[in-house]
Write a protein that binds this ligand. Structure first.
Ligand SMILES: C[S@@+](CC[C@H](N)C(=O)[O-])C[C@H]1O[C@@H](n2cnc3c(N)ncnc32)[C@H](O)[C@@H]1O
Length: 495
């Protein structure tokens, strides 16, 4: 399609969505699908419809964006919210107990309702009445569905049955509606996060969930929205992003806090206003020898039936097992989500055992999470000097090369990774994405198909990485790969 750049400009300008490299195929397929629905034959005509009819622009955006969401997605975040973050914030606002929560890019509302349900489970229904939960999304159809609060089975894939019975009514077989008092406690508004002004109720927010939204944004848009969100947060407030997005965001605007295996952003008191440049700073409560978040009263009840366990991960290492070094076991738990050690502690381990593959690997993984890419590269090269067949090192070096825009080097490291562990689907996935970015359709298609075979063999958990950079379930991964394959097929049929 010759006019693709004009569509790109319109979408980036109006809502920040960027469709480059591999996403070109998705863009083209989406435009063709909408043109067919509207029986429009020329790209010119369709562009003028988009420029004059807001509804059609919304339809196209809905076709191009992914609304995928479900209750308690990344359940660890909701456990942290109610057990750590909210008790800390309540300690600061004892008098009123009023807190405001925002689900930015809330899709059909599951995230916003999950926030309220996790709080109600901890503090009781009466205590959460004073709290305000707001969900916003660019997709007005999704907002309408969020307000209706009616959900089917897929939304409950990670949600305990007993909670479903407590907070929802079954209105027909397999269809559940959020109870009225919950619906009344959450408000939903259509909002483009890129908009010049935000509604007044979003001026002082305590906690923001901004998860799985920034994936389509360009670096500039990502930065702009992150700064905006930081700007509407109260001092001491927290921002949750999905693990795979943590690398992308700007840690000079908000501090990064490591908490129970997750990285959250926090707005420090006296912090520079969002948008002002500042020196790079990273904070970790444990580094200062205290828990990242204190737990003032009221002590929350346990979340009981919420399944918050983070799956155990293992270190993939082809050499002999590591000796038990002081501090190393605890450091390993950083990546297993149980609790933290700091880079400084790992440095002490490395000082006493300079050839500890495990310590260098963990150090590299944490450096990556903190976007210290050159340092991470150096750590993984050390790992490779000890163990040429370390999957963690090969894979991470591949990711770093990708982030740095060096496609050839990324391909080399990622190919090495699938050689070391053929069932490592994250390596196949990034191999596919790298091929796509380079316009190499056939090898990309092969890699997606390999992932489907890995899933078929039941090897989803056999990826071999200490810290896989995704939170997909096997089903989501399968859907994603099938969708990519379909898009590739449609694009090559249309070519
Ligand atoms: C994958 S869903 C994420 C839902 C939820 N946050 C979660 O993690 O489950 C991404 C949502 O971001 C929304 N979105 C994309 N661009 C947006 C923008 N510029 N402003 C507001 N929402 C946007 C999409 O409409 C979609 O509903």
């Amino acid at each position: 399609m010759n006019d693709l750049n004009r569509f790109r400009e319109l979408l980036e300008k109006s809502c920040g969505l960027v469709f480059e490299n591999e996403k070109t195929l998705l863009l083209e397929a989406g435009i063709r699908a909408r043109m067919a629905v509207r029986s429009v034959c020329s790209a010119d005509n369709y562009l003028s419809i988009l420029n004059t009819q807001r509804d059609e622009l919304s339809e196209l955006i809905e076709t191009l964006t992914v609304n995928e969401t479900y209750f308690f997605r990344d359940v660890n975040h909701f456990t942290l919210l109610s057990a750590n973050v909210v008790p800390e914030l309540l300690g600061h606002v004892k008098t009123s107990g009023r807190l405001t929560f925002l689900s930015a890019g809330c899709s059909t509302g599951e995230e916003a309702y999950s926030i309220l349900i996790s709080l109600a489970e901890c503090f009781g229904r009466e205590d959460v009445r004073g709290m305000t939960v707001i969900g916003v999304d660019i997709d007005s159809r999704a907002i309408k569905r969020a307000k209706e609060g009616v959900f089917g089975g897929r939304s409950f894939r990670d949600f305990p049955d007993d909670l479903r019975k407590r907070y929802f009514d079954e209105i027909s077989p397999g269809v559940w509606r959020v109870r009225e008092w919950l619906r009344e406690s959450v408000s939903f508004l259509p909002l483009n996060l890129l908009a010049g002004t935000y509604p007044p109720e979003l001026s002082e927010v305590d906690v923001i969930f901004y998860r799985n939204v920034s994936i389509y944004f360009s670096h500039e848009v990502r930065k702009g929205i992150f700064n905006r969100l930081a700007g509407i947060m109260k001092e001491g407030g927290y921002l949750f992003v999905s693990p795979s997005e943590t690398f992308f965001h700007n840690r000079s605007v908000l501090s990064i806090v490591a908490l129970e295996g997750a990285f959250l952003f926090r707005k420090e008191a006296g912090r520079r206003k969002a948008g002002e440049c500042g020196t790079r700073e990273m904070r970790c409560g444990h580094a200062a020898g205290k828990p990242a978040v204190a737990r003032p009263s009221p002590q929350p009840k346990s979340l009981g039936s919420i399944r918050g366990d983070v799956p155990n991960r293992r270190i993939a290492c082809t050499s002999d097992p590591e000796p038990a070094l002081p501090g190393t076991k605890a450091a390993l738990q950083i990546c297993a989500g149980e609790h933290y050690e700091t880079l400084a502690q790992l440095d002490r381990v490395i000082e006493s055992s300079p050839d500890s593959i495990l310590a260098h690997t963990l150090k590299g993984l944490i450096q990556m999470k903190l976007s210290m890419l050159n340092d991470a590269q150096a750590s993984f090269r050390k790992v490779q000097a000890f163990d040429r067949f370390s999957l963690d090192a090969a894979f991470s070096l591949g990711l770093i090369s990708r982030i740095k825009g060096d496609g050839l080097s990324a391909l080399e490291h990622l190919r090495e990774s699938v050689y070391i562990q053929p069932s490592s689907w994250p390596a196949h996935y990034f191999l596919a994405e790298t091929h796509l970015e380079r316009g190499e359709i056939e090898p990309a298609r092969r890699e997606y198909e390999i992932i489907l075979k890995i899933l078929d063999n039941g090897d989803f958990h056999n990826h071999g990485l200490t810290d896989a950079p995704f939170t997909f379930s096997a089903t989501e991964l399968e859907t994603l790969c099938r969708r990519k394959l379909q898009t590739l097929k449609r694009a090559s049929n249309g070519a």
